[in-house]
Design a protein around this ligand. Structure first.
Ligand SMILES: CC(C)(COP(=O)(O)OP(=O)(O)OC[C@H]1O[C@@H](n2cnc3c(N)ncnc32)[C@H](O)[C@@H]1OP(=O)(O)O)[C@@H](O)C(=O)NCCC(=O)NCCS
Length: 171
């Protein structure tokens, strides 16, 4: 049976469960550019309710109340103020079940309400799933960085993609 999801704004009490969810993705490796684990407080400050967070939504499995993923939109010092920087995370054992897509529908509503002009996604060049995900949502290529070393020294470039909020996308 397909999982029934509900999407809601993050609450401070979600931080511990979301830190564990993200830390499992970091520990598996090969996708997110994040390499250091978070505790509840550091995750909350950086991506959930901290001062540079525009909005953050979570996906809840309505049958179990378990959090299945989250999507954050924040300010990034090297991007214009009207551009939100997105990050999306689904449980390592729960990808390609529509969690990221459902989160994005909610983020879009919030981003437009906030008056943002554009959403930026920065993705590791070796993260095929992440690149395909943002392509599917309608993000278009913006550029590629020079290779940056991971913690183990492996050079991996970052690809930027963006979503223009003024354009009516086919969804
Ligand atoms: C990237 C990520 C957020 C996608 O979330 P998701 O819930 O699996 O995405 P969805 O199920 O909504 O997928 C939507 C579409 O994206 C594409 N897609 C998603 N994951 C994919 C993968 N691993 N390989 C190929 N295509 C993929 C598909 O086109 C998919 O549509 P389809 O299932 O109808 O083919 C998830 O894989 C994840 O958490 N990855 C680890 C963290 C990360 O890399 N985040 C992105 C950088 S911030």
């Amino acid at each position: 049976m397909p999982m029934a999801l509900s999407i809601r704004d993050v609450q401070p009490g979600d931080a511990g469960e979301l830190a564990a969810l993200l830390n499992a993705i970091i520990a598996r490796g090969g996708t997110t550019a994040l390499e250091e684990p978070f505790d509840a407080a550091s995750l909350d400050a950086a991506y959930l309710t901290g001062p540079d967070v525009h909005c953050c939504v979570v996906a809840v499995d309505t049958a179990t109340d378990r959090l299945e993923g989250f999507q954050t939109l924040g300010r990034r010092a090297d991007l214009p103020a009207e551009v939100g920087d997105i990050g999306t995370f689904a449980r390592v054992d729960g990808t390609q079940r529509g969690i990221g897509t459902a989160l994005f529908a909610a983020t879009l509503v919030r981003a437009r309400r906030l008056g943002l002009a554009r959403i930026n996604a920065t993705i590791r060049a070796d993260n095929d799933g992440g690149l395909a995900f943002y392509d599917k949502l309608g993000f278009t290529p913006d550029g590629i960085s020079a290779p940056l070393p991971l913690r183990d020294g492996t050079p991996v470039a970052r690809i930027s993609k963006s979503f223009d909020l003024a354009v009516r996308h086919e969804r």
